[in-house]
Design a protein around this ligand. Sequence first.
Ligand SMILES: [Zn+2]
Length: 136
Amino acid sequence: MQKLCTQCFYIGVEESNIYGDFTTESILWGTAFFFALAGAFETFLWFPATIIFFIALLYSISGYTFKACVCSKCHSNSMIPVDSDKARQIIHERGLVPPAYIVEKDERTILGMAFRTIFFILTVVLVLFMLYDHFS
Ligand SMILES: [Zn+2]
């Protein structure tokens, strides 16, 4: 969704929607998945695998929580929906021209999101299996 920044009057997509440290997150989940998979066979790896799993989980949560509304131009936390009354008023007062087209998530990002979701589900299943196996 398009938003207006009340600090620099940038109109566009929030930063988290564009990348949001996507590479770091993917690497973390890839590592978590690898350790969880290895931990399913080598039970002594349950501890590092669980730690990495929680690091990846916390990283994802903090990413969604704190980067949800950051302006991709000035990085201030002051983006408001472009169709809100306040945004309409600012656009009108300043004679701002919203971009003609909206750059939505490209295919690669959607594919990346799908991969991350698969990694996430597989990692959760493996960690649960590993912990069950270790403590039962
Ligand atoms: Zn801004």
